[in-house]
Design a protein around this ligand. Structure first.
Ligand code: GLC
Ligand code: CA
Length: 561
């Protein structure tokens, strides 16, 4: 009892310091695939502006845009040639300012993608740097002499396959690129590079943006000579410096993309007193499902017990300090309902179940465009249909290494990045209403049934379920601040947890299987209260023995006894 009182006080004091981004839901737009306003087959900024009403109706308050900057588009904009210009195919700075202003009128803030581990090889810094070894920009990038045998300086590899080093013949040195050879890594040890980046960030902040999503930010402290890529010795110094010199004290939302994060490092990035970032994306629940040898290109069977163990670990670890970013999908990952749900048997039930489980955890939920209408993976059958640089490179390398081409396509259809990049499905019409031209990547044929227009008008749609979850987070402090406790950790089909806060207890129960599951409920879950949300048309009773329908999920709010 005494323990419970202290606990209540602690959560109360954290509630008192609530940040606006703890009660909000973020929507990620992949501009190339969202809405095309001029019929060139490529989504653009005016297209996004034309859909703000749609986002507002959903309840969205923060819009994260994948990169919109000038770019040769080797990696769809994650290769930037001018940080302060908009890619012509996406529009103009004026279009951008209009988007920010109209979004603000609707209560929506715009978060930009900050890609500062690397630039494009067409960035003027790099075209200068490669001119000569004593060019003033040389040290903006990472150059090393060839090894004694003329080969690469060391064994570092690129995430997109092959060595992370490319020889620049003009100056006889190798430059580092942890992604494609057209994405040279910036040298963060050079204070001039950091000055330029901070000035650029401030320029965008002054234009009225609401924050940054920071691309592979765990790489910026790298020590290449020791082959240290993530979590280098100066990583957190740089983030503190960046915070101090740019967004610190301005109440913006910052979220780092950190594939290497552990609960321990998450507390460094997002701890309240640390003055680094608001939160980070961790990827343990993603990578634990990959093959040890072929990575995501050979999928492993889904294992709920393992998934729960990872999600729970993160919930517990950040319960007193730090903050989670909650997500199932993004532009690099498969579609949530295809990966974790049952897109054939129970598409609606399973998509709603996944949303329920994620959005009622502690952290800020992120929705990836199209997830809210249950968009599914692409169904490409030939390598020619894929556009993603990573998929195309890996196809070559893995097939050379002995993976059969069919296995590769199967893997790509499960986990490849193009799954999330097929155009947003707005309606049942031609090209799903995405474009009047020829889309840059094929539209999924299932847009005839899965589309926003149909979803909005159906009160039982996945879209309306998301809308409700977003609203519930605004209304209930227990969803924002409640202490997390998981139950039945070893149950292979059921995920169930509670959130408790100031005398309230929220019980969340979800069936991750296509079968009816009889369940003996632990005492702590046998409560009666108000059903806040469910994906079945019945009021759940939390009795000693219950039966869950396929992919059934609900949340009941009770008083703590
Ligand atoms: C991040 C982005 C991904 C991009 C890579 C290189 O992982 O999410 O799309 O290819 O960084 O910038
Ligand atoms: Ca366009």
């Amino acid at each position: 009892m005494a323990e419970m009182r202290t606990h209540a006080r602690q959560t109360f004091s954290s509630a008192a310091k609530e940040k606006w981004w703890q009660r909000t839901t973020v929507y990620q737009v992949y501009p190339r695939s969202f809405a095309d306003s001029n019929g060139d087959g490529i989504g653009d900024i005016p297209g996004i502006t034309s859909k703000l009403e749609y986002l507002k109706a959903l309840g969205i308050e923060v819009l994260w845009l994948s990169p919109i900057y000038a770019s040769p588009m080797d990696d769809n904009g994650y290769d930037i040639s001018d940080y302060q210009a908009i890619a012509p195919e996406f529009g103009t700075l004026e279009d951008f300012d209009r988007l920010v202003a109209e979004a603000r009128d609707k209560g929506i803030g715009v978060v930009l993608d900050l890609v500062v581990n690397h630039t494009s090889d067409e960035h003027p810094w790099f075209t200068e740097a490669r001119k000569s070894r004593d060019n003033p920009y040389r040290d903006y990038y990472v150059w090393r002499k060839p090894a004694a045998d003329g080969g690469t300086p060391n064994a570092l590899t690129s995430s997109f396959g092959g060595p992370a080093w490319t020889l620049d013949p003009a100056t006889g040195e190798y430059y580092l690129h942890l992604f494609s050879r057209r994405q040279p890594d910036l040298n963060w040890e050079n204070p001039k590079v950091r000055d330029e980046i901070y000035a650029m960030m401030n320029w965008w902040i002054e234009r009225g943006i609401m924050g940054f999503r920071m691309d592979v930010i765990d790489y910026i402290g790298k020590q290449v000579d020791q082959s240290i890529v993530t979590d280098g010795p100066h990583l957190h110094d740089y983030l503190k410096e960046m915070n101090r010199r740019t967004f610190g004290g301005q109440d913006l939302l910052t979220v780092g993309e950190t594939w290497s994060a552990t609960p321990g490092s998450a507390l460094l990035y997002s701890g309240t007193e640390r003055e680094e970032l608001s939160m980070i994306f961790q990827f343990e629940h993603v990578t634990q499902q990959w093959d040890p040898k072929f990575g995501k290109w050979r999928a492993r069977p889904f294992d709920l017990v393992k998934l729960k163990a990872v999600l729970n670990k993160w919930q517990y670890a950040l319960s007193d300090d730090g903050w989670n970013a909650l997500f199932w999908g993004n532009h690099d990952l498969p579609r949530a309902v295809s990966k974790y749900g049952d897109q054939r048997g129970f598409p609606l039930e399973s998509a709603k179940m996944l949303a329920t489980v994620l959005h009622l955890q502690r952290g800020t939920p992120f929705i990836y465009q199209g997830e809210e209408i249950g968009m599914t993976n692409a169904t490409f059958t030939s390598i020619d249909q894929y556009k993603d640089i990573e998929t195309l490179n890996m196809h070559r390398l893995h097939v050379e290494a002995g993976l059969s081409p069919d296995d590769f396509i199967r893997g790509a259809n499960e986990n490849g990045r193009d799954n999330a990049r097929t155009p947003m499905q707005w309606n049942a019409g031609s090209n799903a209403g995405f474009t009047t031209g020829i889309p840059w990547i094929e539209v999924n044929a299932n847009h005839v049934t899965i589309n926003a227009e149909a979803a909005i008008s159906d009160e039982h749609s996945i879209w309306n379920h998301y809308r409700k979850l977003i609203r519930l987070r605004k209304q209930h402090a227990v969803i924002v601040h409640g202490r997390f406790q998981s139950f039945l950790d070893h149950h292979p089909d059921v995920y169930t947890y509670t959130r408790t806060h100031e005398g309230k207890k929220l019980v969340v129960v979800a069936n991750f299987s296509a079968r009816v599951i009889p369940l003996d409920l632990p005492n702590e879950l046998q409560v009666s209260g108000e059903c806040l949300i469910t994906n079945y048309n019945r009021v759940p009773q939390l009795e000693e023995r219950i039966e869950l329908q396929p992919y059934e999920a609900f949340a009941v709010l009770a008083s703590e006894d």
